[in-house]
Design a protein. Structure first.
Length: 105
């Protein structure tokens, strides 16, 4: 899925007269941060944290209560964020990916 941050960075770098390769490189570099491309690492760490703190794996109430504790900034680093839930989920494909593939061709 193409990030809004990637597209924005790519657009800004292009606007300043840089070539397409530089714009794409800047866009890709923008995905490294912990709240975008690096989020998968945070998701894995968060899931490990949940496994460590939820005793009954099938207890939906216990899981929900722990997630609320995370949201209340009382667990998992105190950021109040549940990683992996920030973007829409596309069931077949991301429509932006179709457009990007066409442009790449």
């Amino acid at each position: 899925m193409i990030s809004k941050l990637y597209l924005h960075t790519n657009h800004v770098v292009s606007l300043f007269g840089n070539d397409s390769y530089s714009a794409m490189a800047a866009g890709l570099a923008s995905l490294k941060g912990p709240r975008d491309g690096g989020t998968n690492i945070k998701v894995a760490k968060m899931l490990d944290n949940i496994r460590e703190n939820v005793k009954e794996k099938g207890d939906k109430k216990e899981i929900r209560d722990y997630l609320e504790t995370i949201l209340d900034k009382k667990a998992f680093g105190g950021e109040g964020l549940i990683y992996g839930l920030g973007h829409a989920v596309y069931t077949l494909s991301d429509p932006r990916a179709v457009l990007l593939k066409e442009k790449a061709r």
